[in-house]
Design a binder for this molecule. Structure first.
Ligand SMILES: Cc1cc2nc3c(=O)[nH]c(=O)nc-3n(C[C@H](O)[C@H](O)[C@H](O)COP(=O)(O)O)c2cc1C
Length: 161
């Protein structure tokens, strides 16, 4: 699969089969994801594998669609707001790389944004300086969702003099 097919074909998956995904594969996609751009090589991401007890505590509405693996991607704290924003941006690039690497090998991912919640921060043992970029269920989809059409890009393009 080429990169264009991966970018356009990836979907946000909400329901997963219980079949486990090989953890070595997940680690290899995380390794791939770490080639994301990041300013001054801060590599401002951390990955938490959420175990059964943590998932139970979070009590997500459908337990992340029954995904066999759930990851939380966290950006590392920073001393200034500029650095904080750059860490968020780099860690988000990391997330997208991971989603694409998994999809390219037939594995689906979702994106839950409940990391904004102070309760989830506390369950993950993180202080307020850590930003939870995404909680990512990972697994084989029960079905691949339909593609959601995008706005024609010309409507978003601005040309400055
Ligand atoms: C920052 C961010 C937060 C998101 N949070 C959620 C979420 O909480 N729940 C959810 O179902 N999808 C969430 N999504 C996924 C979007 O709903 C999904 O990407 C969008 O509907 C487009 O679908 P597609 O990814 O299949 O193209 C989030 C995506 C981003 C980038």
């Amino acid at each position: 699969m080429d990169v264009i097919q991966a970018i356009t074909g990836r979907r946000n998956v909400k329901s997963f089969k219980p079949d486990p995904v090989d953890e070595q594969k997940i680690l290899s996609w995380l390794e791939t994801a770490s080639y994301a751009p990041n300013h001054r090589m801060t590599e401002p991401w951390e990955i938490h594998f959420l175990g059964a007890q943590t998932r139970e505590q979070i009590a997500h509405k459908n337990d992340f669609g029954g995904a066999p693996t759930v990851l939380a991607i966290v950006s590392t704290p920073a001393k200034s707001t500029v650095d904080r924003d750059e860490h968020l941006q780099a860690a988000t690039c990391f997330v997208q790389n991971f989603l694409l690497a998994a999809y390219a090998e037939g594995v689906g991912t979702g994106w839950a944004s409940i990391g904004w919640s102070p309760r989830v921060h506390e369950i993950l043992g993180l202080g307020p300086a850590h930003e939870i970029i995404a909680i990512l269920p990972v697994g084989y989809p029960t079905e691949w969702p339909e593609m959601k059409p995008r706005t024609e890009i010309s409507a978003k393009v601005h040309r400055l003099p």
